[in-house]
Design a protein around this ligand. Structure first.
Ligand SMILES: [Zn+2]
Length: 164
């Protein structure tokens, strides 16, 4: 898999929706672990992707529901960028990847599965993992694996608030 952000893959990864409404707006309500929410900052949230490319695939989104980066206030975008920066650091600490892919798909035609709420993808990478990824891609959902990853990351993401 040479093109990591292939649109057809994103449609598979982010859909179909489990809940009515927006995945990101819903993430801050209900049980955080059930929703794979690692936590929130003043105006951003960090969650695991339920259909990961790779172990530790996270999404960082503003809490403000918008399809447009331009509609974020400067302070909201600054918080988003800082949250992205810190999330990469915490993933490095927890999983020791050898690299990362960071990506944002704006608009359905660009591959956004949730096109109406902007979000960053963070995918940790290890040398040689491309041979493993197509295999992972065929595995639909591994709930226990996801929860194991969630628990493992919680410690490193202690700087986030977890809604109760
Ligand atoms: Zn939303």
């Amino acid at each position: 898999m040479q093109v990591l952000w292939a649109p057809w893959r994103m449609a598979y990864i982010e859909g179909p929706k489990r809940d009515a409404g927006c995945l990101f707006c819903n993430a801050t309500g209900g049980d955080a672990r059930d929703r794979l929410l690692l936590g929130t900052t003043a105006s951003s949230l960090v969650m695991l992707n339920r259909f990961p490319y790779q172990n530790g695939h996270l999404m960082v989104a503003p809490r403000h529901h918008t399809a447009s980066l331009g509609e974020l206030a400067a302070a909201e975008h600054a918080d988003l960028a800082e949250t992205l920066r810190r999330a990469v650091g915490s993933l490095a600490e927890a999983l020791h990847p050898e690299g990362f892919n960071l990506g944002m798909n704006l608009g359905a035609c660009a591959g956004a599965g949730v096109a109406d709420h902007v979000h960053w993808h963070i995918v940790p990478r290890w040398a040689g993992d491309t041979n493993f990824m197509p295999v992972v891609a065929e595995v639909k959902v591994m709930p226990q694996h996801l929860l194991d990853t969630y628990e493992r990351l919680r410690g490193a993401f202690g700087w986030l608030r977890v809604p109760t």
